[in-house]
Design a protein around this ligand. Structure first.
Ligand code: MLT
Length: 262
């Protein structure tokens, strides 16, 4: 992995291919490996950059953060690796960071791809769940958090019939540092609602959703896309919240077509 200094810490990232910059931002509690298939598939056409956000994967840090502060650091990272402007694809928590970056640094983006994510903030019930999960991570580590998340991350059929995929995903989730899990739970809990930003986004926006996503309902994707000036929604059949892992070719093809059209 490559490394670049952003503020006071090292951001590690994977970079492959040449052409227009496509930046892939992972979700929670994950790292760049969740994008492995897309890195492989997209790098024949584009310059693909997949960072480990600060605190995740190999970008070690135990500093608390907010979704907005992470977007600020991501903006610095994009400058440091000379990837401005880019098309940014954010998966779930990465989508929250993407929305924040689009609001704070609109000139950094040529297009925004929101993968299995939403503009809305947490409900009061979800906020309570974040505190409980942060405490669980701090007291018992990443494994019980991974166990709790797993049933909502993949479709029921993948959970039943694709043990290698389950193992791959659990391996990534269980390696997330507990302090980062806690910090991320609190950051997601405190994030702003970006629904009103959707009609203000000037760049093309693609919303990708898994048909069986247990975290983001499919009709939410269509609503988000139609609220944007230049929005489209792509529903990935037979896939859950980790659509890019369950249906890698379909997600890669959707991203490639969208970036090509910009
Ligand atoms: C993610 O996949 O990044 C998380 O599930 C997002 C969330 O919990 O809101």
């Amino acid at each position: 992995m490559k490394s670049v200094t952003v503020g006071n810490s090292a951001w590690r990232y994977v970079e492959r291919g040449q052409g227009p910059a496509v930046v892939l931002v992972h979700g929670f509690p994950l790292d760049h490996r969740i994008w492995s298939d897309q890195i492989e598939g997209l790098s024949s056409q584009f310059r693909v950059i997949a960072p480990d956000l600060k605190g995740f994967g190999q970008s070690h840090s135990i500093e608390p953060f907010t979704i907005d502060s992470m977007a600020d650091e991501l903006a610095q990272f994009l400058k440091a690796v000379d990837a401005v402007p880019c098309v940014l694809a954010g998966l779930s928590m990465g989508g929250y960071v993407g929305f924040s970056l689009a609001r704070r640094y609109p000139e950094f983006l040529k297009g925004l791809i929101i993968v299995c994510s939403k503009a809305e903030s947490d409900t009061p019930q979800a906020k309570e769940g974040r505190i409980a999960m942060a405490e669980l991570a701090r007291s018992q580590g990443a494994k019980p958090v991974s166990d709790q998340m797993l049933p909502r991350m993949l479709s029921a059929s993948a959970l039943k019939t694709r043990p290698e995929l389950v193992q791959r995903l659990c391996g990534i989730m269980e390696s997330c540092p507990p302090e980062t899990i806690a910090n991320a739970c609190l950051a997601m809990r405190g994030r702003a609602d970006r629904t009103d930003d959707l009609p203000r986004l000037k760049v093309p926006v693609q919303i990708i959703l898994g048909e069986h996503d247990a975290i983001i309902p499919a009709d939410m994707g269509k609503k988000m896309a139609s609220a944007c000036q230049r929005g489209e929604c792509v529903l990935i059949p037979d896939a859950g919240h980790m659509a890019g892992l369950e249906a890698p070719a379909a997600v890669t093809a959707a991203i490639a077509r969208f970036v090509d059209g910009i």
